[in-house]
Design a protein around this ligand. Sequence first.
Ligand SMILES: [Zn+2]
Length: 374
Amino acid sequence: MVIRKLNIFTAVLTLVVGTFLAQAQTAERTAYVRFLKAGSEQMKAGDYQAARGSFEQAIRNNDAAFDGHLGLGIAFFQLQDDIHAEQELLRAAEINPREPTVYQYLGELYYRKDDLEVAVSYWGKAVELNPAATNLRTRLERIQKEQRAEKDFNRDVTSHFLTKYEGREKIEAGRIVLRILEDAYGTIGRALSYYPDHEIQVILYSGQQFKDVTDAPGWSGGIYDGKIRIPIGGIEQETPGLRNLLYHEYTHAVVRAITPQCPTWLNEGLAQYFEGKEVNPREQDTLRRISQAGMLPSLSNLEGSFMGLDNEQVPYAYLFSLSSVRYLIDTFGMYRVKSILDELGANADISKAINNGIMLSYEEFERGWKRSLE
Ligand SMILES: [Zn+2]
């Protein structure tokens, strides 16, 4: 399962651009506003590289204005350039210390670096400045719970993973998890020719902690929300279930490292593929009947999160994802699937990514998949 973060900056920026436009007088100001506007449009379109360029131009025309530094800070943040992101966000905070968005992003930055204490203090400040930010307040409370849960956690590090867990009795469990993840790193890395260049965090919870910290739906065995979080009981040895779960969640981590904007059907299809899940004959039969009744959904309806689906829909959403992705891999090869991910990573939408990846339109691909079920 995968959880995506929401973007919160665009509304703020658009608003600020509007008010500033009215006051623009000098040529620099006009240029400043123009670049600011371009940057905010590029940001909305997900082109952070271009947005960075525009915000840099904006600052060159007016270094003393708040929004240019905020925009540039957010662009750097999205480009994973944490050092410059922090620099720009702090500069924005210096110019206008009363704007909560800055602290929200600073918190996000430290959360990503796993410095929960600093993250909590920035988010606390953001909530203080904007008590109406209920989403952020909820996240803050969640992270405080997470922080309390992790206080006494042990840490194990290998070259590619950092695991955290509570209790000495889990030391062996932690080792087992790391061993499996290193296997996944090799296997999935070879299949996709891709190895994330940053350490991936893995947090092992007791069953109850997992429920408290993640708010994951009851059907979820683990989640990936930037960190792999899984509930483990008293694991004493490797089991196929644990292996499948870790391969599944690690796939999400790899997909996220390649592109932040992967449609859920593709993401969950790949995760199930790499956990070794097959469409069994009974499921094949179910798919055939749904297909013959003309009731298969369009893949475009499976692009958003599965979190909101009800318990009866969930297994079908996963089955459609696995079936379409298996068809994609079997027909075009993993190499092409990787091209699709790369295209998404370069900001193409899914139609364009499929088109460039397999030389068929999204609709043609979908028709091919549905035909294969009949
Ligand atoms: Zn998943």
